[in-house]
Design a protein around this ligand. Structure first.
Ligand code: SF4
Length: 302
């Protein structure tokens, strides 16, 4: 089994905790897509002996691309590789992008799993995180996605936020259970080196949540989600039966995967490598004009 990961490096604003590679210059979109398609041509043999079983569009915010843009990327994939063995095709989305029209158009692409970045169902926490949606927008987006026919939906929830309480976490869990999604990823807030919260902590402008309280939150999530029929199959991941993430599980089980786009990582079973984490430099490296089969884009990881 092998997987394909596509990194879409755009966001409209930066969440306070985030260290993923993304930028807000959306005018780079078309150059990026052309470069991405050009990069695909360097790896035409990657899935020759090991069929592609999963596709994952992550980011960044893939749902910032229009459906025709996503279609353009999907068509390029299907023209280059055999996708008849693909079992799971995930798109990461921000709740406020999921209008009825967008969801309806998405059904024209064989995406069968949506990963929706909810994070919390409390407005105060969402504001603190600098998310661009409200709790009600997130709740309604998941309802719309279900109504549009997406049966496999995962949402992200965060805990151990300095502004969070056991009561507010219980409220977020209530709303998640009410939605009845098939999968929940529950992440502890992490102080990643390049994130804004780490800088604020270093300036003594915020303190991490008390460790014991953070541990209580983890136990609360685990107890409530497993009681509701979710299996905790990995430290942060809870799934209804048969809804484990195949793509992410593959990373933990040594699956070969090809990562395309700025900052994307790859593993061919022996070597690991990563792309440059800068969209303009990535575009310059892979633009169609500079594309040729002798270019070696790999930067082997130490
Ligand atoms: S958390 Fe997601 S939406 Fe927020 S800045 Fe990072 S990649 Fe963008």
């Amino acid at each position: 089994m092998a997987g394909l990961y596509i990194h879409i490096p755009f966001c409209t604003q930066k969440c306070i905790y985030c260290d993923f590679m993304s930028g807000t210059n959306l005018s780079l979109r078309q150059d990026f897509i052309a470069s991405l398609i050009s990069e695909m041509d360097h790896y035409l043999d990657f899935f020759a002996d090991d069929p592609m079983r999963t596709i994952y569009f992550g980011g960044g915010t893939p749902s910032l691309l229009s459906v025709p843009e996503l279609q353009q990327i999907y068509s390029a994939i299907s023209q280059r590789w055999n996708i008849s063995s693909v079992e799971e095709f995930t798109l990461e989305c921000n709740p406020d992008d999921l209008t009825e029209e967008y969801l309806c158009q998405l059904r024209t692409i064989p995406i069968n799993r949506l990963s929706i970045g909810v994070q919390s169902f409390c407005d105060e926490e969402l504001r603190w995180l600098n998310r661009r949606h409200t709790a009600s927008v997130a709740f309604e987006a998941v309802q719309r996605a279900k109504k549009a026919g997406f049966a496999n939906i995962t949402i992200d929830l965060m805990f151990a936020l300095p502004v969070q309480t056991i009561n507010s976490l219980n409220h977020s869990i209530d709303k998640a259970l009410e939605l009845g999604v098939s999968h929940i990823s529950a992440y502890s807030l992490m102080f990643e080196p390049d994130s804004k919260i780490t800088k604020l902590m270093e300036l003594n402008r915020l303190q991490p949540l008390d460790e014991d309280l953070a541990a209580d939150m983890f136990e609360l999530l685990s107890m409530r989600l497993t009681s509701a029929g979710y299996e905790q199959y990995e430290i942060s991941n809870y799934a209804k039966p048969n809804f484990h993430s195949r793509h992410n599980s593959g990373y933990w089980h040594g699956m070969r995967y090809l990562g395309l786009g700025p900052s994307a990582h790859s593993f061919d079973g022996e070597k690991r490598w990563s792309n440059i984490a800068h969209t303009i430099k990535y575009n310059a490296q892979f633009s169609t004009l500079h594309s040729n089969r002798t270019l070696n884009p790999r930067r082997t990881l130490q």
